[in-house]
Write a protein that binds this ligand. Sequence first.
Ligand SMILES: [Zn+2]
Length: 261
Amino acid sequence: MKRFALILIPFLLLTMQTPASAEKNNDKQLKAAIIIDDFGGGTGGVRDFLEGDIPITAAVMPFTEHSKEHAEWAHKNGFEVMVHLPMQPKKGKRSWLGPKPITVDLSHKEVKQRVKEALKSVPYAVGLNNHMGSLAVEDEEVVRAIVEVAKEKKLYIVDSGTSPKSKFPQIAKEMNVPLLKRDVFLDDISSSSHVRKQMNRLAKITEFTGRGIAIGHVGVTGKVCSVGIFQSMDEFKRRNIKIVPASQLFATKLTEQYLIP
Ligand SMILES: [Zn+2]
């Protein structure tokens, strides 16, 4: 009898857990985020997104003529705002970075200062991701300085994935700062049919893992990018995938901790 009870107890415990797990499973809505980079810079597609009805997340470049305007416009229309932090790449023109980028020659203190200034330049930002940065994201000291500010200001981070050797995941984990990595670039080829194809990849990844994260752009490819995304929405509805602000892809606890002041 004793032996039977010993076997039975773990079994009962398992059974007791079932309702809670079932509840969790009911909440398993497939969720994908579409981050649109380079707001504040180019203007192509800006109006289409910010006056549109897809809950994209607007990643706004700091220190540009339109930084503040685009951030405020996005916020006013209910879009989540991120800072799109320009970071030094291995190749490319300096002009692609815009003013006051994060470069590897800056000291720890200077990087922190610059990230804080960037935040002031982009009101309402609740997260950050990197613009370019294939060189700077591999620099542990630079990345640590950025993650420290993210922790202080309670920002989440999305690693745009411009280098496979990015230090963001490791350091964010070390410092307990929420981070996600970009799964798909939508407009690396500028045609709406390519964007639709990439949106289909986003849908597949979301179905496979429960969540997905894509990055598109305003600017020269902005119009084409917006057309491709809008054309994909019926398909997303059919597949029961909800487009959500990037912050909603994080675990509830972290979101509460990070987003409620
Ligand atoms: Zn960018």
